[in-house]
Write a protein that binds this ligand. Structure first.
Ligand code: SAM
Length: 210
């Protein structure tokens, strides 16, 4: 069963090299054309929607998990004829940072990042202070980072990480409702959690002067 899925994923990726790459098959400098980044783009619903809303901006979606990535590519292939402003990349973000220029990005989206609940795993959280140094480097001075989660422990810890790193000014929206704003359309995870009545929390961060 697992092998069958892999074969399906391989076929989808092979047929859609124009919109989906791995680190093995792309020219690193092409990443410098993108002004917006979603880290952990999952099945791609958010990225494809925001691409439609902002056709003049280019979006890069980075996803480490091959199965989620393959599903995103499948969804993207269905709409790629009318959306020409995105690239999906199957890679860990840690391998992508060196390929991004200083002050390249208008926005970074961390949508429902993995909570890594055990203390010894906390350094893997995408809001961890060590990663914030990279976010601060690659965001423009007037850029914005949006972090959204249902997980209250991750959210509260992340507020502490932002204070500790001291690289961003930030505000929080708690509870957050996607329908009240036009800049953060719902993701697959958000739709799932909202249906269960779970509160969604958002942190919006702006780089302090470099
Ligand atoms: C909980 S899912 C959320 C997916 C999607 N953003 C959503 O809201 O529906 C988190 C995603 O982040 C991806 N991810 C976690 N760590 C990552 C990393 N270091 N680099 C790239 N993707 C990562 C996971 O594989 C997973 O697909």
């Amino acid at each position: 069963m697992r092998l069958r899925h892999r074969k399906w994923a391989d076929d989808v990726l092979l047929a859609n090299k124009d919109i989906a790459r791995t680190l093995a098959d792309f020219e690193p400098e092409t990443l410098q054309d993108y002004e917006n980044l979603e880290i952990g783009s999952g099945q791609g619903g958010f990225l494809l929607e925001v691409c439609k809303l902002q056709p003049q901006e280019r979006y890069l979606g980075v996803e480490i998990n091959r199965n989620a990535f393959a599903l995103a590519v499948k969804h993207a292939a269905m709409v790629k004829e009318d959306r020409h402003n995105f690239l999906l990349l199957n890679a860990p973000i840690e391998r992508v940072f060196p390929l991004l220029k200083d002050q390249q990005l208008n926005t970074i989206y961390l949508n429902f990042s993995d909570p890594w609940p055990k203390k010894k795993q906390h350094h893997r959280r995408l809001t961890y202070p060590t990663l914030q140094k990279e976010y601060h480097r690659i965001l423009k001075e007037d850029g914005t980072l949006y972090f959204r989660t249902d997980n209250i422990d991750l959210f509260n810890d992340s507020i502490e990480y932002f204070k500790e790193a001291d690289l961003f000014d930030f505000e929080i929206i708690q509870p957050f409702y996607s329908e009240n704003v036009d800049y953060l359309p719902p993701t697959e995870y958000e739709t799932k959690f909202r249906a269960k009545g779970v509160q969604i929390n958002v942190l919006i961060a702006h780089p302090k002067k470099k």
